[in-house]
Ligand binder design. Structure first.
Ligand SMILES: Cc1ncc(COP(=O)(O)O)c(C=O)c1O
Length: 386
């Protein structure tokens, strides 16, 4: 075997955090060293600086940094005092954290279906889920649309339904910070938007982290209190029941450096997605982005006829190419969530997607020869399968 052939079969990562570290060079090490020098590990100056940068990046009045994407969602529900007897509508095809926070507040997640082409909340199903909740004697209070795999949900349609039913909208943008919908960045669309800085996310830190974006001054003030045990005038004045949900200063320092190259990385992710799309046309159902939105491609997820994806995953694995399945089980099929109500008419699209989806390697540093290798391997494995 010659050297070239061996390189062609070397395993590649699904997400390459190390490649980004190489690009950033010493910038992050220096940023962390500055925190080690000033020793303000909790709510040091980098946290405030990051909040200012995040808010400016997406055009929101406030960014409130916190300990994770899950806590970002939970803090908002706590601030809105959502609780027992109330329903929050969630898509069934999402990561469990979307509904977990609703249950943690003592409210009831009501599962709605998604659209097959975008993987995102179907506005028609949202409308039906509101009726389902009322029929069950619950008061519909909020909806949590998810911008899955980096692509914005249909926010205008969701906002119109929310307005008609007096629902609060908490956007779960854990996978999609940086994406745009009709010319606006996520974070400037819904009354509150939560995001995650988990390392594998498009904008990730080196541990857990998250943020809430909002234009609402009063909500931002309550969130700042809730993330520090519900503090009032000072930390020994407990104005409300809160949490320990701060973002560490070191993580803020990491994120400040990463934010400087984030727009470039979004461009690179889009170039890779476009190359995948042209290389894979005709062999699988490809993700659709209409011309009113941009995605940050947290995942590049294709759909196959049921039964084909195990064969594809095995063929790619043989060639050193990892794949992942997000999500093999929709929420209502998960043990922890199976007792919560589902929308009248059921969740046929979520069920189908769970059988069809498979995600290919995606990050901003996949070089063209590697992109071509992925495309060629998928084409070969799927020849004649559509
Ligand atoms: C859709 C969605 N919501 C919420 C979260 C929770 O974010 P975190 O892991 O930072 O708590 C995630 C993380 O994977 C997610 O994908």
């Amino acid at each position: 075997m010659n050297q070239h052939a061996r390189l062609d079969e070397q395993p590649i990562p699904f997400i390459d955090v190390a490649a980004q570290r190489r690009r950033l060079g010493r910038a992050i090490d220096d940023a962390i060293a500055r925190v080690l020098a000033h020793c303000q590990f909790i709510h040091g100056p980098e946290v405030r600086a990051l909040e200012t940068e995040l808010a400016a990046f997406c055009g929101a009045r406030h960014a409130v940094a916190c300990s994770s994407g899950t806590d970002a969602l939970l803090l908002v529900l706590m601030a809105w005092e959502i609780g027992p007897g109330e329903a929050v509508i969630c898509p069934a095809f999402t990561f469990c954290a979307t509904a977990e926070v609703v249950a943690l507040c003592g409210a009831t997640p009501v599962m709605a279906d998604v659209e097959a082409e975008t993987f995102n909340l179907d506005p028609a199903s949202l409308e039906r889920a509101v009726a389902t909740a009322k029929k069950l004697g619950l008061k519909p209070r909020a909806v949590i649309p998810v911008d899955l795999f980096g692509l914005p949900a249909d926010h205008d349609a969701i906002a119109a339904i929310a307005a008609a039913h007096d629902l609060l909208v908490l956007d779960d943008a854990a996978q999609s910070f940086g994406a745009t919908y009709r010319g606006r960045k996520l974070g400037a669309l819904a009354p509150a938007t939560a995001t995650s800085f988990f390392p594998a996310k498009p904008l990730g830190c080196y541990g857990d982290g998250g943020a809430i974006l909002t234009d609402d001054d009063d909500l931002a003030a309550r969130l700042r209190s809730l993330r520090v045990h519900g503090e009032g005038t000072d930390k020994y004045d407990a104005a409300r029941i809160g949490m320990t949900a701060r973002l560490d200063t070191i993580q803020a320092a990491v994120l400040l450096e990463k934010l400087k190259i984030f727009s470039d990385e979004i461009v690179a992710r889009n170039a890779i997605a476009q190359r995948y799309a042209s290389g894979l046309a005709g062999v699988a159902i490809l993700p659709r982005v209409d011309n009113e939105s941009t995605s940050v491609w947290a995942q590049y997820t294709i759909r196959l006829v049921p039964g084909r994806r195990d064969t594809l995953a095995a063929a790619l694995k043989e060639k050193g190419i990892p794949t992942a399945i997000y999500y093999a089980k929709p929420l209502h099929r998960q043990a922890a969530y199976s007792s919560f109500p589902v929308v009248d008419g059921g969740l046929p699209v979520s069920e189908r997607l769970a059988e069809e989806v498979i995600s290919l390697p995606m990050h901003a540093y996949i070089e063209e020869p590697v992109q071509d290798r992925v495309v060629a391997a998928v084409r070969q494995a799927l020849a004649g399968s559509l």
